[in-house]
Design a protein around this ligand. Structure first.
Ligand code: PGA
Length: 236
């Protein structure tokens, strides 16, 4: 399975290094065979080059370099041998205003370079409350311009209303949506949105859930390791 930590705008360069070192030590000593991904803040990226986990970028602009104030491109990512990127996260869509068009352009750029792309989709509360049909239409629009057969693609289904709120869909709902989304792409499909130690095992055990993308509950490395151990126990 794929167990990913999105550290968002948290931790410093120093504490991120400590986090990754502890995580690596845990994976090594317990012989974990899951795919572990970590997305640190931009300023904490470094040459971690671990064979036990992958470090990816939470965002980058579709460029090698140039005049894009506040952004980084592949010149900066190459410095640290980073070849994994998160694209389409709801915070970038809804807070930073990224459009489906700009997201698709970014996807295409990093796809051409062979990056592993963790591509996020998910509906806001209003769309969920509007009923299944409208909700699925909304999610389907987030697949526009995205090559769903890209070999290095991982999709993360993250309902916007579940992110950082402590709320989650029911296990039945997660399984149902994942089963629907699997018809759109064979790519591994992660669930994200208020995953924590208390619910990770049940979520990971669901059909068509190939892993989890964890935000707040991954900030404590011991908790994140605990969630990795559930995946290891389930061994799907
Ligand atoms: P959360 O965030 O686990 O804090 O809900 C998940 C995410 O945004 O990827």
């Amino acid at each position: 399975m794929i167990i990913a930590a999105n550290l968002k705008t948290n931790l410093t360069r120093k504490s991120t290094t400590e986090y990754i070192n502890s995580l690596e030590a845990y994976i090594k000593s317990s012989g974990v065979s899951q795919d572990v991904l970590v997305f640190p803040a931009m300023s904490a990226l470094d040459s971690f080059n671990s064979s036990y986990l992958s470090v990816g970028a939470q965002n980058a602009y579709p460029t090698k370099n140039g005049a894009f104030t506040g952004e980084i491109g592949t010149e900066q990512l190459d410095e640290f041998n980073i070849t994994t990127i998160l694209i389409g996260h709801s915070e970038r869509r809804h807070i930073l205003g990224e459009t489906q068009e700009s997201i698709a352009t970014k996807f295409e750029y990093y796809k051409k370079l062979g990056y592993t792309i963790v591509y996020c989709v998910g509906e806001p509360l209003q769309k969920r409350e509007a009923g299944k049909e409208e909700m699925m239409e909304y999610i389907s629009a987030q697949y526009e311009g995205i090559d769903t057969s890209y070999e290095n693609l991982i999709i993360a289904y993250e309902p916007v209303w579940a992110i950082g709120t402590g709320l989650t869909p029911t296990l039945e709902d997660i399984e149902e949506i994942h089963t629907d989304l699997k018809k759109k792409s064979y790519a591994p499909l992660l669930y994200g949105g208020s995953v924590k130690v208390d619910n990770a095992k049940e979520v990971l055990a669901l059909k068509n859930v190939d892993g989890v993308l964890v935000g707040s509950a991954a900030l404590k490395v011991d908790d994140f390791c605990h969630m990795i151990s559930f995946a290891e126990e389930l061994q799907k």
